[in-house]
Design a protein around this ligand. Structure first.
Ligand SMILES: [Zn+2]
Length: 152
């Protein structure tokens, strides 16, 4: 069978073209525990892909990703594409794109950084390297490559 059959969903989000093996990280970003108890989450690991060789797919019912979560997914899975499903139809399609600046998604690991003080300053990073992604804090220049542990 060449094509993967996924049961259609009425409303929700399909995240396709996730790099092979990265879907569990994507699930952590989505925060599966916060979902509606009636929502089905489907995960397909190691699916053949013409574009990537192998890929993962995550499908979540009754959820649309916030822009913040899309940015976080861009950090972990820059090849992913996101389709918002409404009433069984793709109503929006987005290619995940890593912006040059990441604001408010990742916390600075430096406890002395001004963004970790009482000041009302949002964290801000610039992308120092893209493959693999390394971020540099705009305020204290601390480098971060372990985003999952520092998601805001
Ligand atoms: Zn910092």
């Amino acid at each position: 069978m060449r094509e993967l059959k996924i049961t259609p969903i009425k409303n929700g989000t399909v995240i396709d073209h996730i790099g092979n093996g990265l879907s569990l990280e994507v699930l952590r970003i989505i925060g599966v525990r916060d979902l509606d108890k009636d929502s089905t989450v489907s995960v397909a690991l190691h699916v053949r892909s013409q574009k990537l060789g192998w890929k993962d797919i995550v499908k979540v019912e009754n959820m649309e990703l916030s822009p913040r979560k899309v940015n976080a997914i861009a950090l972990i899975a820059p090849t992913a594409s996101i389709a918002i499903i409404r009433d069984f139809k793709v109503s929006e399609k987005r290619v995940v794109d890593l912006p040059d600046r990441i604001v408010g998604v990742v916390r600075c690991p430096n406890p002395n950084c001004i963004t970790n003080q009482k000041e009302p300053i949002e964290s801000e990073f610039e992308v120092a390297r893209r493959r693999p992604v390394v971020l540099r804090c705009t305020y204290c220049e601390r480098l971060v490559d372990d985003f999952l542990r520092h998601l805001a």
